[in-house]
Design a protein around this ligand. Structure first.
Ligand code: NAP
Length: 246
């Protein structure tokens, strides 16, 4: 299938590893010109080397000034950003009892505010051009909150409300705004914790842990021309893990 995005341009944050990197690779495979971003020069340069024609940039998305500079640089490199894949790390685990009030600020600065800042800057030019795609990588925890991830549950639910509201406002200008919700995918984030893939797979109806490459392809389809009628959606990619109807 021709996804119709050959020659488009994309900014992918959180792109040195995992789901962000897989999304950048899948977009590039469709002929999209990609700017890839993470906090670490060595990591993002190494990742960009695996993506045809990708340009690596360094920025910490929790720093509003750095995000401003990043957006200027991305605009210059790409001559306008058609596609934003908004992604970054996850906040630390914790419960209601174990999580201090101050920690919520950090979670909002990582998983909500930079996504809003990038949308505020990039969506108006997309509207002017009559074509744009915004995809945020969130979590299945938005659909079914995970007990020990109160920061993620809270910040990403807020982000999802922002995306839904924005999607409605810009839909008639050819801009779609969606989120894709990972379940369990074998990335550094999971490798970094005490995670047993075989045991975890038993709790997933599909009986396997997600492949980041498949996830990147789903993100890329949501950016396609054919997906122009998908907007305001929160799409689970979780092997059936979330059991609710919505
Ligand atoms: P990952 O393997 O840990 O990769 C995270 C990426 O974000 C890396 O490229 C990291 O690069 C970058 N990053 C982290 N903090 C950043 C910051 N402040 N500014 C810019 N870049 C930053 O994570 P992942 O598994 O791909 O997950 C991606 C997102 O999906 C995360 O928010 C995660 O919580 C969420 N999620 C993942 C799963 C899963 O099963 N994997 C499930 C649910 C939700 P540098 O270190 O080089 O900056």
């Amino acid at each position: 299938m021709d996804l119709g995005i050959d020659g488009r341009s994309a900014l992918v944050t959180g792109a040195s590893a995992g789901l962000g990197l897989a999304s950048a690779q899948a977009l590039a495979a469709e002929g999209v010109r990609v700017v890839m971003v993470s906090r670490t020069k060595e990591r993002i340069e190494a990742a960009a080397a695996s993506v045809p024609n990708a340009v690596p940039l360094v920025a910490d998305i929790t720093d509003p000034a750095a995000v401003g500079v990043l957006l200027d640089e991305a605009d210059e490199v790409l001559g306008g950003v058609d596609i934003l894949i908004a992604n970054g790390g996850g906040p630390p685990p914790g419960t209601f009892a174990s999580t201090d009030l101050d920690a919520y600020q950090g979670a909002l600065e990582l998983n909500l505010l930079p996504f809003i800042a990038m949308s505020k800057r990039l969506i108006p030019p997309m509207q002017e051009r009559g074509w744009g795609r915004v995809v945020a990588i969130t979590s299945i925890a938005v659909r079914e909150p995970i007990d020990v991830l109160i920061l993620s549950n809270t910040a990403r639910a807020g982000l999802t409300g922002f995306l839904k509201t924005t999607a409605t406002e810009v839909a008639s200008d050819g801009v779609t705004v969606n989120s894709v919700q990972p379940g369990l995918h074998l990335t550094d984030r999971l490798r970094g914790v005490d995670f047993d893939p075989e045991a975890a797979a038993k709790g997933v109806p599909a009986n396997e842990i997600g492949d980041p490459d498949d996830f990147g392809k789903v993100v890329t389809f949501v950016c396609s021309d054919a997906a122009k009628y998908i907007t305001g959606a929160s799409i689970p990619v979780d092997g059936g893990l979330a059991k609710g109807l919505q």
